[in-house]
Design a protein around this ligand. Structure first.
Ligand SMILES: NC(=O)c1cc2c(N)ncc(C(N)=O)c2s1
Length: 319
């Protein structure tokens, strides 16, 4: 194949594999059989081997890095990654609701979301390309773990629109992957991970991205860093739809709740149903939906006043 034809085919293969990968890893709805995906990936690898200058940075072959790092660079967050306040029972939640209505008025509505038990990350995109990913760290300074985040197949390397945006989400290890990893470690006489959250954290802290790439990590994106107005958005629920359109994996179990009773019902539902999920959650995040109301409420030094996290009671460990 001559170089012109090769360039056309490489561009086509990148597009095809990006779309098939999005369907498989982000939507969990494969659009082609694995054998077709693998065959196209093999064809791309062959063409990239013959024409290395046709290797695009966001090619699916570029997810697993080269040489291991010696350490992770520390990077200051442009906008601090604040922590959430916690509520533990109905009384706390009603107090939160009263404070919110006192500050934002009675028309306030909430978005309830599952609180993913993983590791918070900040992902930076420039002109639609994934350029950097950071851990939360202490909220002000995180660590650059871009090479490991590139191995997470549900993190897009190129968005559906060429926008520059910082998004936040939670990287997690699905329960199945966690049990398989610990079974493998037990057979090797290695120390076991206590829970999927520690396993995800341990995997993202690997200096060799080839190890991280084998850990089947996944992500749910749950917000845009900074104000949504920049993107013409007025509500948190709307921003999640926008993130989904850009190609991010968002969690579909969210619900707009117009009263604290609806929030309590959502909490009740997931207190039992969480055992059926393929990933662990440690609570429910409750956010005021309209950005104008969020601005009315503002922040404390540590947390937004327009959000809180209901934490599930610690489960009795079955001895
Ligand atoms: N610390 C935080 O701000 C958050 C932490 C988490 C988490 N672990 N899971 C889901 C969400 C969410 N859907 O907003 C948030 S927000």
């Amino acid at each position: 194949m001559d170089r012109i034809k090769a360039e056309e085919r490489v561009t086509e293969l990148n597009e095809l594999l990006r779309n098939y990968g999005h369907a498989y890893y982000v939507l969990d709805k494969p659009s082609v059989p694995d054998a077709v995906y693998d065959q196209l990936l093999h064809e791309l690898i062959e063409l990239e081997t013959v024409y290395p200058d046709l290797i695009f940075p966001d090619s699916p072959t570029q997810r697993v890095g080269g040489t291991p790092l010696s350490n992770f660079e520390k990077v200051r967050h442009e906008r601090p990654m604040l922590s959430l306040s916690n509520v533990f029972n109905e009384e706390d939640l009603r107090d939160f609701d009263k404070r919110v209505r006192g500050g934002a008025g009675d028309s306030v509505e909430y978005v309830c979301e599952l609180k993913i038990d993983g590791l918070a990350v900040s992902l930076h995109y420039e002109d639609g390309k994934f350029v950097r990913g950071l851990t939360r760290g202490d909220g002000r300074v995180g660590e650059d773990i871009t090479v490991n985040l590139r191995t997470v197949r549900s993190i897009p390397l190129k968005l559906k629109e060429p926008v520059s945006v910082e998004v936040r989400g939670e990287v997690f290890m699905p329960k199945k992957s966690f049990h398989a990893l610990n079974t493998d470690r037990e057979e090797r006489g290695e120390e076991l991970f206590a829970n999927p959250r520690n396993a995800a954290a341990g995997s993202l802290r690997q200096l060799d991205s080839k190890i991280a790439a084998k850990r089947n990590l996944d992500v749910f994106i749950y917000g845009i860093g900074g104000d949504g107005e920049t993107y013409g958005l007025n509500e948190h629920d709307e921003s999640l739809r926008y993130l989904t359109e850009l190609g991010f994996k968002t969690n579909g179990e969210r619900k707009v709740c117009r009263s604290v009773e609806e929030v309590l019902a959502y909490i009740e539902r997931w207190t039992d149903a969480r055992n059926q999920l393929s990933y662990e959650i440690d609570g429910i995040v409750i956010k005021v939906n309209r950005f104008l109301h969020q601005q009315d409420l503002g922040f404390t030094a540590k947390s937004p006043k327009w959000a809180t996290a209901y934490k599930f009671p610690a489960e009795e460990v079955m001895t």
